[in-house]
Ligand binder design. Sequence first.
Ligand SMILES: [Zn+2]
Ligand SMILES: [Zn+2]
Length: 264
Amino acid sequence: MENYHTHTFRCNHAEGDASDYAQAAIDKGLTILGITDHTPLPDNRWLYMRMGLSALPVYARAIEEAQDAYADLTILKGMECEWAPEYHNFFHEVLLGEYRFDYLVLGCHFFPFQGSWLSSHVDIVSPKRLLAYTRFLIESMQSGLFAFVAHPDLFGLSYFEWDENTKAASKEILSAAQELHLPLEINGYGLMNRIVRTKKGERTAYPWLAFWEVAKDYDIKVVVNSDAHYPNNVDQGILEGQDLAKSLGLPLANMNYLKGGCDV
Ligand SMILES: [Zn+2]
Ligand SMILES: [Zn+2]
């Protein structure tokens, strides 16, 4: 089993460090472990859910130390990033360049709307906002910096009904992924924990089944990750997510190339 998406205590809403995840990964029989905490940003924005810039060297070192200590496990040095034009150079020059991160994950937790930044978790409550999220996610995907897109269907947390807008948004995201050959993530954390109540009953917020049913019509690949915020959850939802992909006929992406470092 492989997992390319985990968080450490540094983001202020997770527990454990790289070595704790490595031990848990070995205990649970994983072969590849990607550590991808929420990236710091050069302007230290949204600090309540990410490390500050000053923690970056220690974070990188903690992963490198785990790599040395757990030689039987492939541990990858990654980061989950909010893309924005003003951050592009930081990701490219500092994370991938100077710090030689193996890969970056796109996690679009915020998007610009009418002059301010909204949360992709709670603020996608109208078709206009859904469109803004969709367009910004695609612009982020087009940056060429990312190995895959975490929870592309995150809009399912605050946009409750499946309608022509969600269908159009899903199609736009899926065709961008197809064109860019960018794998999309089935998120294990969401699959096991994120239930929303809608007029039509309960459903998983993300992965939103309706999104992945549309995905069947596209030539895309998926990656299933736990998005663990606790070492003990390092494998959560991965088998279930793989079953979901299989039942829909969605092929798994081969992420093995990341072991050799990301070539951007
Ligand atoms: Zn998180
Ligand atoms: Zn994450």
